[in-house]
Ligand binder design. Structure first.
Ligand code: FAD
Length: 384
């Protein structure tokens, strides 16, 4: 999901809104369903549209391809290197360089208008967008670097065609389905509405890094855990989803988080996105926060006033503005975690009624505005 706050960046900074809308599936609200007496009943949901901008679901490789295309269109300014693995960073008062696995030292490049890139000058700054196990974070935190925290569950699901999914005819996607055994998310992958994806989560102790998770999947244990958890659920489409899942078509992810860390920058290196603050996917905001980060950092770097204060001060200000926003999202994610897993019948009835009452008492026809995601980082004031 690219929530509306991510779409604001796509629209106002990257100008990719139309292109992405032509490839993904736009939506105005996230709908919540729970088991009624014979059917799945909608209890309401969250309106996510803001000032005409809608949220979007899109396949991750398609989004990556489009972002890459955007960079390739600016090849006179952006050089892309593949299979280049950052090992460490050298930083001193002259500038910084990236040291790759194998020992190659990549120095910065200077953009000279009309003369394209001049290579091999020391870079002024390095922005580390290298994800949860970031080497740039290791440089930034030194011996205080943290170990990413396992979120406590794995997500499991599958991509299938809408026609084979047995969805109730009046179900509007994306939809959260609440059952006593856990929560299912269903969303469309593209604008033809043909491919959909579902996912749910199962609490389990942490496995050994990548090998342990691969083993859980390959051995069929993950599939068995799902089938066991949902063996008593007859409600469609969940029954069809679970029965049709096999080791050949299942997808599995184990989410990790980066807990609050003391700093996101040194004098010349700044980390963004998951490297700085990976958030578990309960509210679908990890990449949205990464996009907000890069949009705000790009705006600061384009501001002569901000740059004149020096990079350490610019990064300090970046962190000062971004930290509270990320903290709010982390809090929302932690709250959503509480409603995600298996609850048992009694807790589930209380939860469903609580949600119904909350949405229908305070919301219009059961729908309330999800204000958290309408934030537009492009309108954030720069006051430094
Ligand atoms: C199951 C699941 C569902 C999610 N759903 C959503 C959602 O619906 N919406 C949403 O907004 N977010 C979602 N997220 C979160 C989202 O995937 C992340 O927050 C987002 O990908 C972070 O982007 P990033 O660029 O910071 O890091 P990444 O996407 O991790 O990218 C880091 C890149 O750096 C590269 N890299 C790493 N180390 C090195 C190195 N040493 N040298 C060179 N390159 C390196 C990696 O190969 C990778 O390409 C979900 C996450 C999970 C696990």
């Amino acid at each position: 999901m690219l929530a509306v706050n991510a779409m604001h960046v796509m629209e106002d900074l990257l100008h990719m809104g139309d292109r992405l809308r032509s490839l993904g599936d736009t939506f105005k609200a996230i709908n919540l369903y729970t088991k009624g007496s014979t059917t799945l009943d909608v209890i309401g949901g969250f309106i996510v549209e803001d000032k005409g901008v809608q949220a979007l679901t899109i396949a991750r490789p398609v989004l990556h391809r489009e972002l890459l295309r955007q960079c390739e269109d600016m090849s006179d300014m952006i050089e892309i290197r593949y299979s280049a693995e950052l090992e460490s960073i050298k930083e001193d008062k002259e500038g910084c360089s990236a040291i790759l696995k194998g020992g190659e030292v990549v120095r910065g490049e200077q953009f000279i208008p009309n003369r394209s890139l001049q290579a091999n000058v020391v870079g002024d700054i390095l922005v580390g967008a290298d994800g949860i196990r970031s080497k740039a974070r290791k440089h930034t935190l030194g011996e205080n670097d943290i170990i990413p925290r396992y979120a406590g569950y794995f997500s499991i699901g599958c991509i299938l065609s809408r026609s084979s999914a047995n969805l109730p005819p009046d179900m509007t996607l994306p939809a959260f389905l609440y059952t006593p055994s856990g929560t299912f998310l269903i969303f469309a992958m593209d604008n033809t509405n043909d491919k959909i994806q579902w996912a749910t989560s199962i609490n389990t102790p942490e496995r050994d890094r990548r090998h342990g998770w691969d083993e859980l999947r390959a051995s069929g244990e993950a599939l068995q855990m799902l089938k066991e958890e949902y063996k008593g659920v007859t409600m469609e489409p969940i029954r069809t989803f679970v029965d049709a899942l096999s080791n050949d078509n299942l997808r599995l992810w184990a989410p990790y988080e980066v807990p609050p860390i003391p700093t996101w920058h040194t004098d010349r290196v700044c980390i963004v996105g998951d490297a700085a603050h990976a958030i578990s996917p309960s509210v679908g905001q990890g990449s949205a926060q990464a996009f907000e980060d890069i949009a705000f950092l790009a705006r600061l770097l384009a501001s002569p006033t901000a740059v004149a204060k020096g990079f350490p001060a610019l990064f300090e200000y970046f962190e000062k503005v971004r930290r509270p926003r990320v903290k709010t999202i982390q809090a929302a994610s932690a709250k959503a975690e509480g409603g995600r897993g298996k609850s048992g019948t009694i807790k589930w009835i209380i939860k469903s009624w609580g949600m119904w009452a909350g949405l229908n008492v305070f919301g219009k026809g059961g729908y309330i505005k999800g204000d958290l995601f309408s934030y537009n980082v492009m309108e954030e004031k720069i006051q430094m």
